[in-house]
Design a protein around this ligand. Structure first.
Ligand SMILES: CS(=O)(=O)c1ccc(Nc2nc(N[C@H]3CCCC[C@@H]3N)nc3cc[nH]c(=O)c23)cc1
Length: 297
């Protein structure tokens, strides 16, 4: 179970501050994510913030509740422009995780329905933002363990944020990886070989997932390894095969993806290197002068 729940105490929101829509934004095996509004009284100004509320379905299971508390504890330690923020927890009809709203939703869905209006340069910008968020996680020694286009959310078509920390782990100060004791419902198509063979998760395995997420983005929300199931992908990769270059994907971006899919994690780039490659390429193609921080679009 999580420790020091009192740290999260000041993050508890009382139920009458929340107005929940019936609209369901998405769902997973934990429950669902709903649209809502958080009423605030910042410096006695009555305001309200759009929020996304993660609601547990079978609340009674303390296991699921513990998992959400651990997710909250991780998000509580993160503060970065390219990572979805947690606003607080609410214990009411069920336990709820109140998060920042990214109203354009998951990257894969957005690209599937906006192929014509998002340029390759726009995708490079979004994936550079994801690499900056992941570089921050790497520096803070957190492993995400579920990086995929479905878990990259868009504020708008120029601004991406990493979400869904349900599988994330904080590494010990001198740990180089997290060792999972049991396997779960794992997104095998996004997992590096060492995750599947040895259950070892590190920022280097997140780099592998970043490569698959890049492939999804440059395929405008395409599904990776279309004709295969997860276990077939393991052999496909072992034999040296990799996802093919999406038709719109620039050579340099495909080269970076291939580097992210280096079989041996020691020879894979880390996010400091991957972010540097993304930044160099992005600045080389975008024609407008660079604002100090790309998120001030
Ligand atoms: C374009 S849309 O109206 O379909 C739409 C869909 C989803 C969202 N937003 C979110 N979705 C989801 N969906 C989860 C649901 C469970 C599977 C993984 C998804 N990332 N998690 C979060 C979390 C924090 N903040 C969010 O805004 C958020 C916004 C709009």
């Amino acid at each position: 179970a999580y420790h020091n729940p009192k740290d999260l105490k000041k993050f508890f929101i009382n139920r009458d501050q929340l107005v929940m829509d019936e609209v369901e934004l998405g769902s997973g095996n934990f429950g669902c994510v709903k649209k809502g509004v958080l009423k605030t009284t910042e410096n006695n100004e009555n305001g309200q913030i759009d929020v996304a509320i993660k609601v547990l379905k079978n609340e009674n299971e303390s296991l699921v509740k513990d998992e959400m508390m651990r997710e909250a504890e991780i998000m509580h330690q993160l503060s970065n422009a390219y990572i979805v923020r947690m606003l607080g927890l609410c214990q009411a009809e069920s336990l709820m995780l109140v998060m920042e709203m990214a109203s354009a939703g998951p990257l894969n869905k957005f690209l599937q329905s906006n192929k014509s209006s998002v340029s390759v340069e726009g995708i490079v910008r979004l994936m550079h933002q994801v690499s900056m968020g992941m570089r921050y996680l790497e520096e803070k020694k957190f492993v995400h363990r579920d990086l995929a286009a479905r878990n990259v959310l868009l504020v708008n078509q120029n601004f991406a944020k990493i979400s869904d920390f349900g599988l994330s782990k904080a590494l010990g100060a001198d740990d180089r990886y997290y060792k999972a004791r049991t396997t779960g419902k794992w997104p095998l198509k996004w997992y590096a070989p060492e995750c599947i063979s040895f259950h070892k998760f590190s920022s280097k395995s997140d780099v592998w997932s970043f490569g698959v997420t890049m492939w999804e983005a440059f395929s405008y929300g395409g599904k990776p390894y279309r004709k295969m199931v997860g276990t077939q992908v393991v052999d496909y990769i072992k034999e040296g095969n990799r996802l093919e270059r999406p038709s719109q994907c620039p050579e340099q971006m495909y080269q970076l993806m291939m580097d992210c899919w280096t079989y041996n994690h020691e020879d894979r780039p880390d996010f400091q290197q991957a972010e540097g490659s993304m930044r160099t390429y992005y600045y080389s193609i975008c024609n407008q002068p660079q604002p100090s921080c790309p998120c001030t679009m």
